[in-house]
Design a binder for this molecule. Structure first.
Ligand SMILES: [Fe+2]
Ligand SMILES: [Fe+2]
Length: 276
């Protein structure tokens, strides 16, 4: 398949974003936004390096592997490239390539392959967890930003992430109709993935973004703690807690009224966690 046909599968193209319309003055002084966008770009752009073993895990299922290669991976990398382009436009003094190279050097030294769930349905559930995380994170950023070009771009990214979730959820139902994992096994897989994505990527990305932004002083844990706290404070206003709970619960096999019964207490827990 040609490059042209590949890229035409994308729902939007980086070329559609008119970076000339950005008014750098309107956002340049927002250090919080800078760290958030640069960190996200660092992680997203790695999708092409980390998709091979996921694709291999679904070997024999051409529908899944084709979608992973030609849509999912391409879209994730485009998220990284678009965020990078925006960062370069507004903060040209930041040497993205050098900072990313330092990040990659540390990251790749201990994270060569991702841990996958041996059972395919459970790995797909794990992917639903990851895509719930990205969908809701970008929706929160969308609620936070005011600059129109960035809003358009983040809106596009959030829509991709939610489409990824929908794909993984559909594949999960197909696989789980055969593997038949019940409530306990699926809930445990959700828990494991939530624990695994507990922030190592975000931490390392922030560390290298921050270090490159402040070459005059060494990075300290307190810098991360301060940023992390700021994210939490902002999340109280902008994070779609109810959407996150719904997305996580939806694929779990259970009696429908029980699902509705669980949503409210879990929403309370999610809000409490974000307050802590
Ligand atoms: Fe993404
Ligand atoms: Fe995604």
């Amino acid at each position: 398949m040609s490059e042209m046909e590949n890229s035409s599968r994308l729902r939007w193209r980086i070329e559609d974003i008119d970076f000339d319309l950005v008014d750098p003055e309107a956002v340049h002084d927002n250090e919080f936004l800078f760290h958030m966008l640069a960190s996200a770009s660092f992680v997203e752009i790695l999708a092409d390096k980390y998709s091979a073993n996921l694709i291999a895990h679904f070997g024999g299922n051409a529908e899944v592997t084709t979608w992973l290669k030609e849509s999912w991976q391409e879209e994730e990398v485009q998220h990284g490239r678009a965020l990078k382009a925006y960062v370069n436009k507004v903060w040209p003094e930041f040497d993205w390539d050098a900072a990313h190279a330092a990040f990659w050097q540390e990251y790749s030294s201990f994270c060569l392959v991702e841990q996958l769930e041996p059972q395919r349905a459970l790995e797909l559930m794990g992917r639903c967890v990851v895509e719930t995380g990205t969908t809701t994170m970008y929706r929160a950023i969308y609620n936070y930003v005011r600059e129109p070009v960035l809003r358009q771009m983040i809106g596009n990214i959030a829509a991709d992430e939610s489409a990824h979730y929908a794909h993984f959820r559909r594949y999960f139902s197909i696989y789980n109709a055969v593997e038949k994992h019940g409530f306990g096994a699926v809930a445990a897989a959700i828990w494991r993935r939530m624990r695994d994505i507990g922030g190592q990527d975000a931490y390392l990305a922030f560390k290298h973004v921050y270090a490159a932004r402040h070459p005059e002083r060494p990075f300290q844990e307190a810098d991360w703690q301060r940023y992390h706290k700021a994210v939490k404070v902002q999340s109280r206003r902008d994070y779609p807690h109810a959407v996150a709970v719904k997305m996580l619960l939806r694929p779990i096999p259970m009696f429908e009224p029980f699902r509705r019964l669980l949503e409210w207490p879990l929403l309370g827990v999610a809000k409490l966690v974000s307050l802590s």
